[in-house]
Design a binder for this molecule. Structure first.
Ligand SMILES: *[C@@H]1O[C@H](CO)[C@@H](O)[C@H](O)[C@H]1NC(C)=O
Length: 148
């Protein structure tokens, strides 16, 4: 589970939890980590899950994990960063909710995120993720909008 370890071993974490109004919609989380860069390909991000280089502004799927990364350039110092988006933490276990058959793990992100069906009136609780202060800002890291 390299990507998981990698995802949690971050200093430059940004967590922009997109608050989806509809509860059956997959939640997604974003964070910035320093990009992998190959010596022979400066100015591009290295996508380890694809074993290829990616230009700034382009994104790639993190299959077999459910997620997507985008190569971005930091506003302050032009460092390359990787904006990682994934489904975030799983909700707290709730016997009144089950994984929906609508969940399609082979679909592209974010459609691969788990979808839960709950009994009427039951809401899943998600663990709080602390948002660290003073994270780097990236040009193409769009702030999540309240409503699309
Ligand atoms: C899951 O998603 C994949 C890729 O989009 C698609 O080919 C497949 O038909 C989907 N399966 C279901 C059960 O919806």
């Amino acid at each position: 589970m390299k990507v998981i370890a990698f995802a949690f071993a971050i200093v430059l974490a940004v967590n922009a939890a997109e608050k989806n109004a509809a509860s059956d919609k997959p939640k997604t989380y974003k964070r910035l980590i320093p990009a992998d860069i190959l010596r022979d390909f400066p100015g591009m991000c290295f996508a380890s899950t694809k074993c290829t280089t990616v230009e700034v502004g382009q994104h790639w799927e993190l299959a077999p994990f459910c997620g997507r990364s985008t190569c971005v350039k930091a506003e302050e110092d032009a460092r390359l960063l990787e904006l990682v988006e994934d489904c975030g933490p799983l909700p707290k276990a709730n016997p009144k909710c089950k994984l929906s058959e609508k969940t399609n793990k082979t679909a592209a992100f974010p459609e691969c995120c788990p979808v839960f069906d709950c009994e009427p009136g039951v809401k899943l609780e998600y663990p709080e993720i602390p948002v660290p202060e003073g994270e780097p800002k990236a040009k193409s890291a769009a702030k999540p909008k309240a409503k699309a």
